[in-house]
Design a protein around this ligand. Structure first.
Ligand SMILES: CC(C)(COP(=O)(O)OP(=O)(O)OC[C@H]1O[C@@H](n2cnc3c(N)ncnc32)[C@H](O)[C@@H]1OP(=O)(O)O)[C@@H](O)C(=O)NCCC(=O)NCCS
Length: 300
């Protein structure tokens, strides 16, 4: 199985999370809406065939298509869950869940209210790293320790976090770790990226970078470690500007610090993905079950 949070171009059945997941490499305009219909029909068939309880589709479109996409999604039973506005070709997230994979509406309302409150907090001008920590890019020697950190942090994750998957993430993504004075990894963040060639578009390619696998050892939380990693990650990704890049994170809606960090470090709230994936860790809001609602936050 694939070790990826971001997913692949095209439509696939993701068995572990029991969902159909898609990235459509096309820019949809008012005249090309039938393309979306084709993809939604195909996804519906795949969900019927596999028994998937969620379908989540991402595609690109201009702002002006907002109403038509929302309407079209509705016709097929989808909700327009989030939009990342970007340079004339925003990312649209359409989602649809089976009745037995829905969030309790009152808990979802609390989570949304919290996200909107956090949205109003100000970004920090700078973040500092305490003198007893250093940041490194993940290397082979870190695999075992990182595995231990994730084992301690997550009881469920969208894919298995084991030494093998961690090695494969290290090879394909940027992984930053914070190390304490005793040489232990105490915090970690992955920047996973995918380059998407875009059809029907003046922009030939776009790169999505998802900040994921964020974890800080329970004894080291609220010391600004993850904030520092986020800042460093975003700054280095922005420096490499050979391709137009959208940087975003999908934070567990039930876990306040995950959202606070993104907001305070400059990200903007883009919407909520309902019961998007299998993920379990400490919660501040008592969401139920093993699937989690995720808030999308993007960096400008
Ligand atoms: C999310 C997580 C990685 C944060 O790591 P961290 O190193 O403690 O994060 P930081 O110290 O940089 O930032 C936490 C921020 O949240 C704030 N915060 C924490 N709890 C809060 C609450 N209940 N209400 C408001 N703010 C809160 C802290 O004050 C801090 O902000 P500040 O730096 O302005 O003071 C850590 O809590 C964790 O490992 N959680 C479990 C795994 C997880 O859910 N990961 C995210 C998956 S989406």
């Amino acid at each position: 199985m694939q070790a990826t949070s971001i997913g692949k171009i095209g439509i696939e059945f993701d068995q572990r999370n029991n969902r159909v997941k898609g990235i459509i490499p096309k820019v949809i305009g008012k005249n090309t809406l039938p393309i979306v219909e084709e993809y939604l029909t195909h996804s519906d068939h795949l969900a019927d065939k596999t028994g998937a309880t969620r379908i989540t589709m991402r595609f690109f479109s201009s702002h002006t298509s907002y109403d038509s996409i929302k309407e079209l999604g509705k016709k097929f039973g989808y909700t327009l869950e989030a939009i990342i506005p970007f340079d004339g070709i925003s990312v649209y997230y359409l989602g649809k869940n089976a009745d037995d994979r829905k969030s309790d509406p009152s808990l979802l309302a609390i989570e949304r209210k919290k996200a909107l409150e956090i949205r109003r907090t100000l970004s920090k001008t700078e973040v500092t790293l305490g003198p007893s920590f250093r940041i490194e890019r993940m290397a082979d020697e870190h695999v075992e320790q990182l595995h231990e950190l994730y084992r301690l942090t997550f009881t469920q994750y969208p894919f298995e976090l084991n030494p093998q998957t961690l090695r494969s993430i290290m090879e394909s993504a940027k992984v930053l770790v914070a190390i304490n004075s005793e040489g232990r990894i105490v915090s970690s963040l992955v920047g996973e990226s995918i380059e998407i060639p875009l059809e029907n578009s003046e922009i030939e390619r776009i790169r999505l970078v998802e900040l994921s696998e964020a974890a800080t050892h329970p004894d080291y939380r609220a010391k600004g470690l993850l904030s520092f990693l986020v800042r460093q990650m975003v700054e280095t990704i922005k420096k490499d500007s050979s391709v137009k890049t959208i940087i975003y994170g999908e934070a567990r809606a039930s876990h306040i610090p995950a959202n606070v960090i993104l907001r305070k470090n400059g990200a903007v709230y883009a919407g909520t993905l309902e019961k998007h994936c299998l993920i379990e860790s400490v919660r501040n809001i008592p969401e139920e079950g093993i699937f989690e609602n995720l808030n999308v936050w993007y960096f400008q």
